[in-house]
Design a protein around this ligand. Structure first.
Ligand SMILES: O=C(O)CCC(=O)C(=O)O
Length: 271
């Protein structure tokens, strides 16, 4: 969706835009607000991310699909900027989808690097009622992605299966077979856009045929009562610097973690 100049300058969605955005997630599984972050801020994020990513590459997760990387982010600037963790254009959408007391439980990124392979189509979250496929609960796990480069056909756009896949509870094997005969839609978007998607929606990483990485920041917001094993480590001073709104969003995490907490997948797996 292209927001109006007034919405972008006031950082406030018109009621009708909010309603359309929420309906797109409910019906189609996702919505994109094009180019909402400034070019300067995206560059700052990209520079900081490149350092984190290069550090990660010294000890990457060997279990992940080829040249697709999930990299946890350190909870510090610029990644924990309000424009990422509680963007005023995203907060009302999250509130409408997950309730006002929603929480963030995942602070990471997905990077598709040159030479990547197709991932199998998948959903990011377990079904709440696996034995009741007829029951279609509302969203309880919503992903916010911010691309740090323009995402094109060439550099590994995430393939999406919109239009209802988030409301279908079927076993993974069946999902993969069915997805193969249903053409996906690539999520093409300019750098600095905000994509909000129901985590149940089927999707997959694709081929990066360019010569540069395609990093997406990835935060996951939940209904407050959904439990997860992982905790985001948040140094006390970083928590103290958050707005009241953001403090509330991160209230369930490990507040007071040391500043140099390693945020790699290995550290996570040890918990
Ligand atoms: O960002 C991408 O390329 C897709 C990542 C993804 O869906 C995953 O790794 O589960």
């Amino acid at each position: 969706m292209k927001l109006s100049p007034e919405e972008l300058s006031s950082q406030t969605l018109k009621p009708e835009t909010l309603e359309f955005a929420v309906q797109q997630v409910k019906i189609n599984g996702y919505v994109v607000f094009d180019s909402v972050l400034s070019a300067d801020f995206v560059q700052e994020l990209h520079d900081a991310y490149t350092e984190v990513f290069n550090e990660y590459l010294k000890d990457p997760d060997p279990t992940f699909s080829k040249n697709h990387y999930r990299v946890y982010l350190p909870f510090r600037p610029p990644f924990n900027d309000e424009r990422i963790v509680a963007h005023p254009l995203a907060v009302p959408v999250m509130e409408a989808l997950l309730g006002e007391d929603y929480v963030c439980r995942y602070f990471a990124s997905n990077t598709c690097a040159p030479g990547s392979e197709y991932q199998p189509a998948h959903s990011d979250i377990f079904p709440l009622f696996p034995n009741r496929p007829d029951f279609k609960p509302p969203a309880y796990h919503v992903v916010l992605n911010v691309p740090l480069v323009d995402t094109t056909e060439e550099n590994g756009p995430v393939d999406m299966w919109p239009g209802g896949s988030h409301l279908n509870t079927i076993p993974g094997d069946q999902l993969k077979k069915l997805a193969e005969i249903m053409p996906p839609q690539p999520a093409l978007m300019p750098a600095g856009s905000i994509m909000i998607r129901d985590g149940r929606m089927w999707h997959r990483g694709t081929l990066n045929r360019s010569d540069a990485i395609r990093p997406n920041i990835a935060l996951v917001y939940f209904r407050s009562w959904v439990d997860v094993n992982d905790r985001i480590g948040i140094p006390q001073e970083q928590y103290d610097n958050l707005s009241d709104r953001a403090k509330r969003i991160f209230r369930k995490e490990t507040i007071g973690a040391p500043l140099d907490t390693p945020f790699t997948h290995r550290a996570r797996m040890k918990k």
